[in-house]
Design a protein around this ligand. Structure first.
Ligand code: ARG
Length: 461
C-alpha cells in the first residue's frame, strides 16, 4: 500500500538493491513497537503545538491521524511491509497519506534516533510491569504450596548429598525469596528505563525551541535525559533488563532442575499431572517433565541475548550506530521467553505437581541426616562441639559397617559411646524434631516457617 520512496531517497541516485532493502529493514520485528511509536509521536506533536513550532490545529490533526493509524493497525487493516523500512517510517508515511502535508511536520525537531530510544523505553516500561505481575502470580503459587506443606518434610541437600531434613515449605519459600529479589530488581531498573530521550535529536539536540520536559510529561516519564549523545546511544537499561531477566531464568531453571530430579524414579518425591507432562513416541511407559526441561533449556537463549547485547555495545563509538537496531529482537524474545516460562511454571506448581508424602516421610528416615543433631545433643549437655562431632563420626562409621541407622541403636549402645546419652536421644533425632528445633531466624523450624509464610503473604498482598 505505501510504495512511496524513503524520506531520505532524494539524496540518492538509485533505489536500494532489493536484498539490501530487506537486509536493512527492521519492520518485520519492530512492528511490535508500533503503538509505543504512535504514543511517542502524539506526545511529540502535542509538545510542538504547545510551544508553537507547529500550530495547535496541526498538532491536533497529527494526533488524530496517528490515532486512526493505531485503530487501523489493531483491526489488521494497516500492515506495513518491507518497503516501509522500519516502524517509524511506516507510521510517518501513513500519516502523510492520511492527513496530507501536515503529516510531514511531525518529524520537526526529532530524529529516528531519539524516537527509537523513546519507543524501546516505553515498550520496556510496560513489559517490566507485566513481568512483575507474572512474578507475583508465581510467588502466590509458591506460597499456596508452601502453606499446605509446612509439616511435610523433605531431605535437604548440600553437594546433592543428604544433609539435614527441612520443611518442604521452607524449601519452596527459598524460591519465593529469589522471585522477590527479581521483583525488586525490575522495580529498580524501571527507574532507569523511565528516563526520556525524546528531544535528543539525531545526537546533538535541536535548534527548535522544544520543551523536553513537556513531552516527557505527556509520556509519564520520571525524568528527562541530561545529554543528547547519551540519550540516543544509551542501551544500559536494556542490558540491565536482560541481566534481570537472566536471573529470573536462573531461578526458574534451578527449580526446574529440582522438579526433574524429584520426578525421576530414583527420587520419586513428586508426581507430575497429565495436564503438564507428555509421552514418548516410542517408549510407552514414559511420562516426561517437558515443562521444566523447556524452561531449563530456554534459559540459554536469554543468557545469549544478554551476552549479545553486551557484545553489540562494546566498541560502539558515540552516538547512534545501526548496530543498535539489533537490540530489539533480543529484548522482545527475552520478554516473551520470561513471560511464558513464568506462566508455565506457575501452572506447573499450582496444578501440575503432587508431593508424594509417604515417600518423603520415608526418605527423611532412611539416612544419617540427623547426625548433626546427635552432636548438638551432646553439645547442649556440655560436651565441646568438635569433640561431639568426632564422636558422632565414629558412631556413623559403626552404624554404616553394621548396616543400621542411628535410630536403630539401643540405649546401651548409645551410652557405650558417651555416658551423657539418655533415653531422650530417640526423640531428639526423630526427623520432625530435628526440623522443629531449628528455630533460628530464617531457619526451617516450623514456627519460623509459619512466620515466613505469613510474611510472604503480606509481601504479595
Ligand atoms: N530502525 C532503526 C533502529 O531500530 C531506527 C533508527 C534508525 N536511525 C538511523 N539513523 N538510521 O535502530
Amino acid at each position: 500500500m505505501t510504495n512511496t520512496p524513503q524520506p531520505w531517497s532524494q539524496r540518492f541516485e538509485t533505489a536500494l538493491h532489493p536484498a539490501i532493502a530487506r537486509f536493512n529493514a527492521s519492520i518485520s520485528f519492530d512492528i511490535a513497537l508500533i503503538e509505543y511509536d504512535i504514543t511517542g509521536s502524539q506526545a511529540h506533536a502535542k509538545m510542538l503545538g504547545q510551544v508553537g513550532i507547529i500550530s495547535e490545529s496541526e498538532a491536533e490533526a497529527i494526533v488524530t491521524g496517528l490515532e486512526q493509524i493505531r485503530q487501523a493497525y489493531r483491526s489488521g487493516e494497516f500492515i506495513p511491509g518491507v518497503e516501509a523500512e522500519d516502524v517509524h517510517f511506516a507510521v510517518e508515511k501513513r500519516l502523510t497519506e492520511l492527513i496530507g502535508d501536515t503529516g510531514k511536520k511531525l518529524h520537526t525537531a526529532r530524529s529516528r534516533n531519539d524516537q527509537v530510544a523513546t519507543d524501546v523505553r516505553l515498550y520496556l516500561r510496560e513489559q517490566i510491569n507485566l513481568i512483575k505481575s507474572d512474578l507475583r502470580n508465581w510467588q502466590a503459587a509458591i506460597v499456596t504450596q508452601a502453606e499446605q506443606n509446612i509439616d511435610t518434610l523433605i531431605p535437604g541437600y548440600t553437594h546433592l548429598q543428604r544433609a539435614q531434613p527441612v520443611s518442604l515449605a521452607h524449601h519452596l519459600l527459598a524460591y519465593f525469596e529469589m522471585a522477590q529479589r527479581d521483583y525488586q530488581r525490575l522495580g529498580e531498573i524501571y527507574n532507569r528505563v523511565n528516563v526520556c530521550p525524546l528531544g535528543s535529536g539525531a545526537l546533538a539536540g535541536t535548534p527548535h525551541p522544544i520543551n523536553r520536559a513537556l513531552s516527557a510529561e505527556y509520556l509519564n516519564f520520571g525524568a528527562v535525559g541530561n545529554n543528547s549523545l547519551d540519550g540516543v546511544s544509551d542501551r544500559d537499561f536494556a542490558v540491565e533488563f536482560l541481566n534481570a531477566a537472566s536471573l529470573i531464568m536462573v531461578h526458574l531453571s534451578r527449580f526446574s532442575e529440582e522438579i526433574i530430579l524429584w520426578s525421576s524414579q530414583e527420587f520419586s518425591f513428586i508426581g507430575l499431572s497429565d495436564r503438564i507432562s507428555t509421552g514418548s513416541s516410542i517408549m510407552p511407559q514414559k511420562k516426561n517433565p517437558d515443562v521444566p526441561e523447556l524452561v531449563r533449556g530456554k534459559t540459554g537463549r536469554v543468557f545469549g541475548h544478554l551476552q549479545g547485547m553486551l557484545t553489540l555495545l562494546k566498541g560502539l563509538p558515540l552516538a547512534y550506530n545501526k548496530d543498535m537496531q539489533e537490540d530489539k529482537e533480543a529484548i522482545f524474545d527475552t520478554v516473551t521467553t520470561v513471560r511464558v516460562c513464568l506462566e508455565a511454571m506457575t501452572i506447573l506448581l499450582t496444578e501440575g505437581i503432587t508431593f508424594k508424602k509417604d515417600r518423603l516421610a520415608q526418605a527423611v528416615t532412611e539416612d544419617f541426616s540427623n547426625a548433626t543433631d546427635v552432636a548438638d545433643y551432646l553439645a547442649t549437655k556440655g560436651v565441646p562441639f568438635r569433640e561431639a562431632y568426632n564422636l558422632v563420626g565414629k558412631l556413623v562409621k559403626t552404624c554404616t559397617s553394621e548396616g543400621i541407622l542411628l535410630k536403630d541403636l539401643s540405649l546401651a549402645q548409645w551410652q557405650e559411646f558417651h555416658p551423657k546419652f539418655e533415653s531422650d536421644i530417640v526423640e531428639a533425632i526423630a526427623p520432625t524434631q530435628v526440623v522443629n528445633v531449628r528455630n533460628s531466624y530464617g531457619g526451617t523450624g516450623f514456627e519460623q516457617v509459619k512466620l515466613q509464610v505469613a510474611t510472604a503473604k503480606t509481601v504479595i498482598s
